[in-house]
Design a protein around this ligand. Sequence first.
Ligand SMILES: *Cc1c(COP(=O)(O)O)cnc(C)c1O
Length: 358
Amino acid sequence: MTTTTRDVLDRVDRFPRVDIIHRPTPFRKLERLSARLGGPEIYVKRDDLTGLAFGGNKSRKLEFIIADVLEKKADVIITWAGLQSNWCMQTAAAARTFGLKPILMLFKPADQPATADGNVLLDVLLDADIRFLETEKGRIVKPGQAMDILDEAGRDVRGQGHTPYLVPVGGSLVRGDMDKPLGAISYVAAFAEILDGMRGLNLEPDYVVHATGSGGTQAGLVIGAKALAPGCRVLGISVSDPKGPFADDVLEIARATDEALGLGLEVMADDVTVFDEYLGQGYGAVDKAVAETIRLVFQTEGIVLDPVYTAKAMIGLKDLIRTGFFKPADKVVFVHTGGTPALFPHRNEIFNFLVKKG
Ligand SMILES: *Cc1c(COP(=O)(O)O)cnc(C)c1O
C-alpha cells in the first residue's frame, strides 16, 4: 500500500516536536564522486548540516524526544553511550537549549584516556554531568546493563526532588521513559525529505545507504520507503554489531514505528537489509580504508565524513559498487548522518595512515 507524503507527514505531525534543526537539510548529486567511483549516480542528504551542535542525525530525533521530555514535565535527561558519542553530545546540547540538565553515562575501555577532545570537549562546554564508566576492552556494553545503570541514576535524581527522563542509546529502541519510537519517527519524515529532494530533480531513489548503529535511523527510513517509495531499498551499513541480532532490533523499532503512525504496513524481516562486512576492526576503530575514504570524499566533494560512522558507510557503498551490486542507472542516496567532531580525536591514526605511509 502506498500512501501520500502528505498523509505520512500528517501522522508524524501528531507527535509534538520542538524546533531545533534546519529543515529540509541540503540535498544534491555527488557528480565528481559518482564519476570517480564509476558506478551508479550518487546523491547526498546532508543530515550533518542539521545545525545543532555541529549537526547530525541525532538532532532530528531529539526534536521529538525533547518535546516528549517537556510534555512529561521532566527536568533532567539521562542517557548513555560510548566515550566519543555524538548522541550524548547532541542530547546535552538540545537539553541545555531547553533548560534541562543532561546526565551522560559514557562507557570506555579502562585503557582509553578521557581526554577533552571531540565530543567530550563539547560535553564539557555544555556543562553536562559526565560520568565515566569502564568496559572491558573490545566489548560493547549490553543495552540492558546500561539501562539498569540509568535506572539507578534516575532514582538518585528523584531523591533530590527532580524528575528524570531516561532515554535509550541513540533514541532508537522503545525503552526507559521513551514509550514511542520517537527517533525513528523523525526519520520517516527525513525519508519524505529525501523523496522531495529526488522528485525535485524528477528522479526516484533506488537505494538509500547510511551508517546504522542503534537502529532508529534505519527503522525510520525503512518505514518511509515502505510507505512512500516501495521500489526503494534501504541499506544499513553496520558500524558496531553483527547483522543478525542487529537486524532484529531494526525490525522491532520499524514495527513499533509503523504502529505508532498507524500505517498498517506489515513490516517483515526482509524489509531490513544490514551489511556487517564493513566493520573493519570494530566500532570506532580507524584503519587505512577509513582514512583514505575520508580523504577521497573531502577532496572530490568538499564534504568531511566522520571516521566512526559515515566513513564506514561510504566504504560499504564503494565496495558494493566495486562488486557490481548496483546497476549503472541506479540512483543511490547516501545519508551523511554527521559525527564530524569525532574526526579530531582520531587525528594521529589518520595522520599515520595517510602521511607516514606504512
Ligand atoms: C548515531 C549515528 C548513526 C547511527 O544512527 P542510529 O539511529 O543510531 O542507527 C550514524 N551516523 C552518526 C554520525 C551517528 O552519530
